[in-house]
Design a protein around this ligand. Structure first.
Ligand code: ZN
Ligand code: CU
Length: 487
């Protein structure tokens, strides 16, 4: 029997961080069968000396709902992403009560027929998704499910019920527990609540992934809280989209990383992720206090999607203000209080370029897009561009980190962190999630002005042994799987 496919004449960068070597890679039954001299196969692919490496892992996604709305996952697949971790920042689509609306403008997407991780995964698989999905169970969702959006601490009974939801998700194969402590309703919790919930991950070796309570003036205090939570819960810590927001705080990622290094040296287990852009993005209402609008912040805000004023999409707040002869405060208020104001997604320029490079140099820094899969309007370009931007801009052009190291973090290191076993290396017996790309030409094409552009230089993406993307064409093979955490 010939194998399914063989990729000949590739420069294999295997994901371990070791230098590349020339080889053929043979794939059959969804797995890597051999590396070296290729076997006869039903399909022969000539790599022409280009790089073949494991498929990339997007460690920070908000694609829970996208797996149902856009199962082709084109914006990730075209980047070479073969697996991702959804349910970040406390927003997950589980637990779910069918028909209930949890939060206005919930970025994880509203629920449908499922109730828990098992039934959500089943619903995803019925759509034949293009890529693999692993999931964190989110604090904001659990709190909205049990306590609602009330601005208070949870009662003893509510806390017990919330713990049960974390435990159930972990039992069903979630990779850990996530928080988004700047967001409603997670921000109404105290540290003790988060410790109690995170502790439910311990029997399953799950991790605590956090969008910390503060990423600006109180960044270091927030890092202390995150470390305290992980220490008390006795589980590993993963800090999401590490940044130091706001001009006056720029440069302080070094202090925060020094804290992380010190804690790791003393026996903690902390990793982080970053997206390679100077702007963040999220639901605008979550960042705005209408009684006290931060004008400095608003001046750096671009509107990504805005159902009531689609003409604002892709425009900066000061430009909208000028065109309508509104003040900055009026502009923000008019946008956020419009009938569908809760669905407005904004892009805010809050990050220093030098901090991105400091982050990328750190050996425990993984890559996560944090893309919000709202294809109407002008999404943040990270949704389409994150992985190629790391490889093109930061590896090839700016030489911030070597190619092998970037690939290691985007593959094996991410799989190890999130319990994706048998993935993340080009190795015999491993799942055949592979990317063939040209290191000389790979680059992101998505910009703030034209964000829905697939990158250049990614030639082929193989998901579980099937060709899912080939020279700009999405094959629609739908070979993604739902990945359950094992350790
Ligand atoms: Zn976040
Ligand atoms: Cu996020």
């Amino acid at each position: 029997m010939p194998a399914d496919l063989v990729i000949r004449n590739a420069l294999v960068i295997d994901g371990s961080g070791s230098p590349g070597f020339p080889a053929d890679v043979t794939v059959t039954d969804g797995q890597i069968l051999g590396i070296g001299t290729g076997s006869a196969a039903a399909r022969e692919i000539d790599a022409g000396g280009k790089v073949l490496c494991p498929g990339f892992v997007d460690t920070h996604s908000h694609d829970d709902g996208a797996f149902l709305r856009y199962p082709d996952m084109g914006f990730k697949l075209a980047q070479g992403v073969t697996s991702e971790v959804s349910g970040n920042c406390g927003f997950s689509t589980i637990p779910n009560e069918p028909g209930r609306t949890y939060m206005p403008g919930d970025i994880s997407g509203s629920g449908s027929g499922w109730t828990d991780l098992d039934s959500y995964f089943e619903a995803c698989m019925a759509q034949k998704p293009a890529i693999n999905n692993a999931m964190l169970v989110g604090h904001n969702r659990i709190r909205a499910h049990v306590v609602g959006l009330e601005k208070r601490l949870a009662t003893t009974e509510e806390l017990a019920e919330m713990r049960g939801h974390v435990a159930k998700a972990m039992e069903q194969g979630a990779v850990g527990f996530s928080t988004g402590l700047i967001y409603e309703p997670g921000r109404y919790s105290d540290t003790a609540e988060v410790v109690a919930l995170a502790s439910e991950c311990r029997p399953y070796s799950g991790i605590y992934a956090t969008h910390m309570r503060n990423e600006g003036d109180k960044l270091l205090e927030a890092v202390d809280e995150a470390m305290l939570i992980a220490r008390e819960a006795a589980i590993p810590l993963h800090i999401s989209h590490h940044k130091s927001a706001g001009r006056r705080n720029w440069g302080r990622v070094s202090e925060s990383l020094a804290k992380v290094d010190k804690a790791n040296a003393s026996g903690m287990d902390i990793t982080l992720d970053v997206y390679p852009y100077t702007a963040g993005s999220g639901p605008m209402w979550q960042y705005v206090n209408l009684q006290n609008i931060d004008v400095e912040w608003a001046k750096g805000v671009m509107i990504a999607s805005c159902p009531d004023f689609p003409e604002f999409e892709g425009k900066m707040v000061p430009d909208i203000a000028q065109a309508h002869e509104w003040s900055i405060e009026e502009t923000v208020t008019n946008i956020v209080t419009s009938p569908k104001g809760h669905q407005v997604i904004c892009i805010h320029f809050i990050i220093d370029e030098a901090d991105i490079e400091t982050n990328l140099r750190h050996p425990r820094m993984l890559i996560g897009s944090d893309g919000i899969p709202e294809l109407k309007g002008n999404p943040h370009p990270r949704l389409f561009g994150t992985m190629p931007r790391v490889l093109g801009r930061y590896v090839r052009e700016r030489r911030v980190l070597p190619l092998e190291e970037a690939i290691r973090r985007m593959t094996s290191a991410s799989c190890e962190r999130f319990g994706l076993v048998n993935r993340g290396l080009v190795k015999e017996g491993y799942a055949a999630d592979l990317v063939l790309f040209d290191p000389e030409t790979v680059r992101d094409l998505a910009t703030y002005e034209a964000p829905k552009q697939e990158p250049a230089g990614i030639h082929m993406v193989i998901v579980n042994g099937k060709v899912a993307f080939e020279d700009g064409r999405h094959t629609g093979v739908g070979s993604g799987q739902m990945l359950r955490f094992k350790r």
